[in-house]
Ligand binder design. Structure first.
Ligand code: ASP
Length: 307
């Protein structure tokens, strides 16, 4: 097969401030991104499906404590973890998602299981937790999700009575991936711990199909990161697909319009990774940085944090 294949991923649009970024930290984040890129790309390289590739990449990021998803998920207002995840297959437009799961080791795997083993798209809260247990998916206790850095972040946010995006101040977290496989199929996946000190029960854009996650072979696959409430209100991922489908915009132009113009006007800070069927990749963000990486079968590769 000679079809171009490619993967792009993000580890959140909230990067730690450049002045506090040390060489060691930079290397650690870059390594985390590269490991996820390798995991996803390996699936594509052996002819696997884009859905499996994005799941593999996101699971790798969920297992890395540096990113706000899975093991590195931030604390909510009650000192617990409520994680959201979704994935979508571009060839069939099938999708699965979970919101507010508290114990799944890999929420994106739970989302995949919802897609494949229920007639539903989104399960939430205690019902989703129960589903994870019944399906025999790996679960973890609070010790696994405990992280001193996140705990201190939460205590700080709690003391100031604010809800905050990852990494304090204007920082965000979340992980996600999009891919194009050798059969020409697109897929997207997103996973997040949400926002530090978020209200119990709060659901962000990540598990909402069309807001934070989208894949359709005819247009694009998208995974978002940023201030969830504003991404929900702007239906960001689907808006980009619509600009492509109904207005004929290119992937790059549609992404630019939504992230650098429409979102900026609403104060929606963040970014996304996107791919189309020709293997074009866009990774726009209107925040100061976004952990991101991409690799194509033509040999191009890009791993970056700041502009
Ligand atoms: N979009 C995520 C949420 O609002 C957070 C993030 O991307 O940082 O839950």
């Amino acid at each position: 097969m000679s079809q171009l294949f490619a993967i792009a991923l993000h580890g959140g649009a909230g990067t730690i401030a450049p002045e506090t970024m040390t060489e060691e930290k930079y290397a650690a984040y870059t390594q985390g991104l590269k490991a996820a890129l390798d995991a996803g790309y390996a699936v594509l390289e052996r002819g696997g499906a884009s859905l499996d590739a994005v799941q593999a990449a996101v699971m790798s990021l969920e297992d890395c404590p540096l990113f706000n998803a899975g093991k590195g998920a931030v604390f909510n207002s009650t000192g617990g973890h409520e994680m959201d995840a979704a994935l979508m297959e571009g060839s069939t437009k099938r999708a699965g998602a979970v919101a507010g799961v508290t114990a799944a080791r890999n929420p994106v795997q739970a989302a995949r299981t919802v897609m494949e083993h229920t007639e539903h798209v989104l399960l939430s809260g205690p019902g989703a937790d129960q589903f994870v247990r019944e399906q025999g998916l790996p679960i973890e206790g609070p010790d696994y999700f405990f992280n001193q850095f996140r705990y201190d972040q939460w205590k700080e946010a709690q003391a100031e009575g604010r809800v905050q995006l990852d990494h304090s101040e204007k920082k965000m977290g979340t992980v996600g991936a999009v891919a194009l496989d050798q059969s020409g199929n697109l897929a997207a996946a997103t996973s997040t711990g949400g926002m530090t000190n978020k209200q119990y029960g709060r659901v962000g854009d990540s598990p909402l199909i069309g807001a934070g996650t989208w894949a359709d072979n005819h247009t694009c696959a998208i995974s978002c990161t940023g201030h969830g409430e504003l991404f929900i209100r702007s239906v960001v991922a689907y808006d980009i697909a619509c600009l492509m489908e109904y207005k004929g915009l290119s992937l790059a132009d549609a992404c630019h319009k939504v992230v650098m113009d429409k979102l900026v006007k609403t104060g929606g800070e963040g970014g996304l990774v996107a791919i189309d069927q020709a293997g074009n990749i866009a990774m726009p963000f209107n925040s100061s940085g976004m952990y991101r990486a991409a690799r194509k079968s033509d040999g191009t590769e890009n791993i970056a944090i700041y502009r």
